[in-house]
Design a protein around this ligand. Sequence first.
Ligand code: TXA
Ligand code: MG
Length: 350
Amino acid sequence: MQTKILKIDSADAGKTDMQEAAALIRAGELVAFPTETVYGLGADALRPEASRKIYEAKGRPSDNPLIVHIAEFEDLVSIAREVPRQAKLLADAFWPGPLTMIVWKNDRVPYETTGGMETVAVRMPDHPVALRLIRESGCLVAAPSANISGRPSPTEAAHVARDMDGRIPMILDGGAVGIGIESTIIDLTEETPMILRPGYITQEMLTDVLGEEVRIDPGIIASNSEQKPKAPGMKYKHYAPKADLILVEGETGKVIETINRLAGERRAAGKKVGIIATDETMEHYDGADTVSIGARSDEDAIARHLYKLLREFDDRGADIIYSESFATPRIGQAIMNRLLKAAGHQIITV
Ligand code: TXA
Ligand code: MG
């Protein structure tokens, strides 16, 4: 299959290109498109065979449910068995935006889209191209991140092309995304709302809007937890680079010393070693394959660059990557959740 890549200027999304993309969605085909978090791989959410194509293109386990992307709050009402009281409050505060809500599904939503679950994940993305694709197609658009299953999520169209070229008919290129890590997922199907995946919208922001307790799924915090995460996707070794990733946390001077020592040992053993540093620490590391993820004080930049860096180390053929740790104040929890998973929970505390 030939993959057509169309550049769409977000401000003035090309009219005929968008019509072509929308027609593909209506025909049950796949179109990759930008959102504010990461690129998505879209298909008509209410057609079983369209959802099946997504799993096939990604090589994704079919028990891992998809997020349904919508353009109006009424779209959520149209696929939910009941609309939880919190949904309207959260939509008013955060939609369009990087928040996914889990609600009970009705019969319109096929099990192919929900991985066999009775609940459905719904999100209104804050990106002009995504919103136009949904509106123009007249469909609700199921979309996981547009990477091959297990690879880091794509934050640029080139990443999507790398993974999906020849597998899907079209990629809409809207440039680099703004946030760079996937949406926060909140489960509204139980008495107390629960965060199933941390993201740009934090627990504190959610609690402030709801005026009630919001829990965090215990299954996503500890690596050795007996408890399985509630979002099926969180149990897979996800977001993973090909290289072995090892995190080092602690006082900055000691972290630098430890990474330099370990990197030196591995290089001596013939390995190709990468280092993820910050603007502040960059100059203290030895070796050519040291890359800065941004300024430590700029959490947004760290989130935005993370997946791109992991992909770059793959392209350079790194065997091992050592990374500083980024438990920054606001979205540090989301960043560390992704990094810990990419590292398979290998962390050294110094
Ligand atoms: O930012 C995002 O959310 C991006 C963009 C494209 O919107 N999408 C995304 O989709 O990250 P994906 O498929 O890569 O991740 C969806 C996550 C998975 O961990 C999945 O298990 C979980 O959402 N999920 C989906 N439906 C669910 C449900 N009904 N109950 C629990 N977890 C669910
Ligand atoms: Mg994903």
